[in-house]
Design a binder for this molecule. Structure first.
Ligand SMILES: Cc1cc2nc3c(=O)[nH]c(=O)nc-3n(C[C@H](O)[C@H](O)[C@H](O)COP(=O)(O)OP(=O)(O)OC[C@H]3O[C@@H](n4cnc5c(N)ncnc54)[C@H](O)[C@@H]3O)c2cc1C
Length: 408
């Protein structure tokens, strides 16, 4: 009987366990928390956006982006759908995003726990692994000063994102000690801290915008959606989806600026605004802008444009009009930081994809060591892409471990 130890009772650990268990394997999950899948319960605001039907590598990020296509394949995505069918989860699909029909993350947690129990996986809670040693054959794992031996070891400890859920970066330390190389993890899907003295004034405003990310003055990314303006800077899904690049750029000493287009509804805004102001020539500039923007935002934009609210648009100089339109279409927020690992949803970085077989998730450095889930250097945009990485890596690793030991 092959002894398989999985460190981490998160989505990737459970998926691996369910696939790896068969009559020739003894599979145990070691989880430090008193209950498993703590982070999963927080996903999608408690609704668990577990998958996305869009198949595009552009939704993923990695230092080895060219390798991601070997892993996120149509075949593997189909396997994920089949796995959810096997778990008995009925999906609700909203704009391509998959949720359990119950709209409760606990449905997914219960299904994973039930399936692992049914196939004979043992879950050991309150078990903090502190050391891992490679033996001549297999591994020795230290948990609460006790040694547990195994033939196959799976690292499924998650990243450093949201450490209160149990994933505090210990997995990275284990990987380094075992000789793996890490792309330094940085916060991703995270809020951005801006430089400026006006943030308190726009705190709480939400607006539909398009965004550009400029790095050292060059546009490198864009996104679209609802921004949340906060007392420290910027939040919202469209901001999160650019945040991995900001985090990495700041780490490399680059200058990061977000340009916000608050008027994405007009293709040629200055012409549109000329026409709009003529149609409402009796209104002052503040009333004009409040026709389509939140009043708190209007006051920030007027202040930044050095304009008085009572001015009439028709009386503004050419330069004043230019500056106003610039602040409406390309409002620049220099970014001086991101919120930290406590606030981010995932990490960008992790174990280099060069060091893992992307068809089995087995380490290319150490035989019988498997690495799954967010420990890998792949992260995705909001929309279920991160959990998808966990399901795919867990399915590939579990299948491989199960097959190998079934034929013995
Ligand atoms: C607020 C929030 C919302 C999110 N929403 C979504 C979403 O809607 N869709 C999506 O796709 N992704 C979402 N994510 C990301 C997603 O939750 C993670 O990518 C996913 O949980 C990672 O799974 P994992 O199995 O790699 O690790 P984790 O879920 O982090 O599980 C790792 C487990 O390992 C345990 N562990 C760690 N170290 C040890 C140790 N030394 N000994 C024993 N146990 C250990 C931890 O306690 C933990 O239970 C969200 C994340 C957050 C924080």
């Amino acid at each position: 009987m092959k002894r398989v130890l999985i460190i981490g009772g998160g989505p990737s650990g459970f998926t691996t366990a369910i696939l790896a268990k068969n009559k020739n394997t003894e599979v145990k999950i070691l989880e430090r928390n008193s209950s498993s899948l703590k982070k999963l319960l927080m996903t999608g605001n408690g609704k668990c956006n577990y998958f996305n039907e869009t198949y595009s590598i552009s939704n993923y990020h990695s230092a080895n982006i060219e390798k991601v296509g070997e892993f996120i394949t149509e075949k593997n995505l189909l396997e994920v759908k089949n796995f959810f069918r096997f778990l008995g989860i009925v999906p609700k699909v909203k704009n391509g995003c998959y949720y359990p029909f119950s709209m409760q993350a606990s449905t997914v947690k219960n299904a994973l726990e039930e399936a692992s129990k049914a196939c004979g996986v043992e879950v050991i809670n309150n078990c903090l692994v502190t050391e891992i040693h490679k033996k001549e054959n297999g591994f020795s794992v230290i948990c609460d000063e006790e040694e547990i031996l195994c033939d196959v070891l799976v690292l499924a400890c998650g990243s450093k994102a949201c450490p209160k859920t149990g994933s505090d970066g210990m997995g990275y330390s284990f990987l380094k000690e075992l000789g793996h190389t890490l792309v330094p993890p940085v916060p991703a899907l995270v809020q951005l801290i801006g430089e400026g003295d006006y943030f308190k004034k726009w705190d709480g405003v939400r607006s539909e915008v398009s965004l550009k990310l400029l790095e050292d003055g060059k546009e490198i990314s864009e996104s679209y959606g609802e921004i949340q303006l906060t007392d420290y800077g910027l939040s919202g899904i469209c901001v999160f989806d650019l945040s991995h690049e900001v985090s990495r750029g700041l780490l490399d000493g680059k200058k990061e600026v977000i340009q916000i287009n608050f008027v994405p509804f007009a293709k040629d805004f200055s012409s549109w605004f000329d026409q709009y102001s003529r149609e409402h020539s009796n209104k002052n500039i503040q009333d004009l802008l409040e026709g389509f923007l939140n009043f708190k935002l209007v006051s920030v934009i007027l202040e930044k444009s050095s304009l008085s609210c009572s001015s009439l648009y028709s009386n503004l100089s050419k330069e004043e009009k230019r500056v106003l339109c610039q602040n409406l279409e390309n409002f620049s927020v220099p970014i001086i930081g991101t919120k930290d690992f406590d606030s981010c949803q995932v990490c960008n970085g992790g174990v280099s994809l060069d060091e893992v077989s992307l068809s089995t998730m087995e380490s290319l450095k150490i035989k019988d060591l498997y690495i799954v889930g967010e420990l890998l250097d792949i992260n995705g945009n909001c929309g279920g892409y991160n959990l998808t990485t966990c399901w795919i890596s867990g399915l590939l690793a579990g299948k491989r471990i199960g097959e190998e030991h079934d034929s013995n």
